[in-house]
Design a protein around this ligand. Structure first.
Ligand code: SAH
Length: 341
């Protein structure tokens, strides 16, 4: 089978061109065509000889996703369901903010983490996405929407740290000035809390932002919401976060989805303050998105504001995440779920 050229970073391409006795600058030219010019065929690579284009065409595919479905929200948010060319479908979301466009990418087809409030739970995990498939989500959205993205968040389907090497490689391509040229500081990786991989990430010296899906400062409650807490509990997770901050000097962002009568009262806020006090961090409060058959529902606005104010009054910087695309079920894996039915 032909390889997907989008799985090749600049180094891989240089190595390939060396093997076929071509000059290294050819690698840069092809890399730019693919990731910066976003071409969908070798025939568009006009500064490459016809002979070399044919050779590449025989060796590689340029995997361009097909759009199965596209939903557009009143607020401009677009949600794509992509066919990843093997019969599987993944979701990618495009959001517009004051400072530019942001894309939420998937890292796996399905997820193994089993968080109780998440739409990916209860439907099959299929496989990891390759680096090229992660990057192609951005390329495909840019082709379709004719925009240039400035921020990437790994908050789509999947657990990015459970697909560590492919995610790291995709970030390298996204980052490369000759590729998508999006600065590491404009990339966020969100994790349910795979402690050993948090250390791996710290040691890679990545400048990306780490987001931790915390959702509760209480082990019993967190284990109920997120089974991963039975493997890596809150104490181990926070220790890893503190070490991460020490190693990288980077601020961590904690995600906290507020569910009514579950983790949204003053007592929960107090525990959270105690847990995070003194850490270089920021708390992102998310009104939980109720999923079909899910037992968690959204907190009242009043409770959400009270929760935020309590954190801010007690030295923890907290903001409420603006809800985008709620009219199109843009949050959290709901399209893939419908599509499987
Ligand atoms: N597996 C990674 C990244 C994907 S989930 C992680 O767990 O962080 C991205 C974010 O969406 C996480 O913070 C996750 O907890 C949150 N999320 C999932 N389902 C949600 C829902 N129904 N409502 C609100 N947030 C949800």
């Amino acid at each position: 089978m032909k390889k997907n050229i989008k799985d090749y970073n600049l180094e891989d391409l240089k190595e390939y061109f060396k093997q076929i006795d071509e000059k290294p600058f050819r690698a840069e030219q092809v890399f730019k065509w693919i990731f910066s010019e976003n071409v969908t065929s070798f025939s568009e690579m006009t500064n490459i000889s016809l002979e070399l284009r044919e050779k590449l065409d025989n060796e590689f595919n340029i995997n361009n996703f097909n759009i199965i479905k596209k939903l557009e929200s009143k607020d401009g948010t677009k949600k794509y369901l992509f066919d990843v060319l093997d019969g599987n479908a993944i979701e990618t979301v495009l959001m517009e903010y004051k400072h530019g466009f942001s894309i939420c990418v998937s890292s796996q087809i399905g997820c193994k983490m089993g968080c109780k409030f998440c739409a990916s739970t209860g439907i099959p995990f299929v496989r990891n996405l390759s680096a090229g498939e992660i990057v192609e989500q951005i390329l495909a959205v840019q082709r379709d929407s004719k925009i240039k993205v400035s921020n990437i968040v790994f908050m789509g389907i999947g657990e990015p740290l459970d697909n560590f090497e492919n995610v790291m490689k995709s970030i390298e391509i996204i980052n490369n000035p000759k590729g998508l040229n999006i600065g590491a500081r404009h990339i966020s990786i969100s994790t349910s809390g795979l402690v050993p991989r948090i250390y791996d990430l710290a040691n890679r010296n990545s400048q990306s932002t780490l987001s931790i899906s915390l959702h509760s400062a209480d082990n019993i409650k967190r284990s109920e919401m997120m089974p991963v807490n039975n493997t890596y509990n809150i104490e181990e997770l926070i220790k890893a976060c503190k070490d991460y901050i020490k190693i990288t000097n980077r601020r961590i962002s904690f995600e906290y989805a507020l569910a009514k009568d579950n983790n949204d009262n003053l007592d929960d806020a107090k525990k959270l303050v105690k847990l995070l006090k003194g850490m270089l961090c920021h708390v992102n409060l998310i009104p939980i998105n109720k999923i079909e058959s899910g037992k968690y529902s959204k907190s009242t606005n009043e409770n959400i504001i009270k929760f935020r104010d309590y954190l801010n009054d007690n030295g923890i910087v907290a903001t409420i995440r603006r809800e985008l695309g709620s009219d199109i079920d843009a949050a959290c894996g709901q399209l893939r779920r419908q599509n499987l039915k």
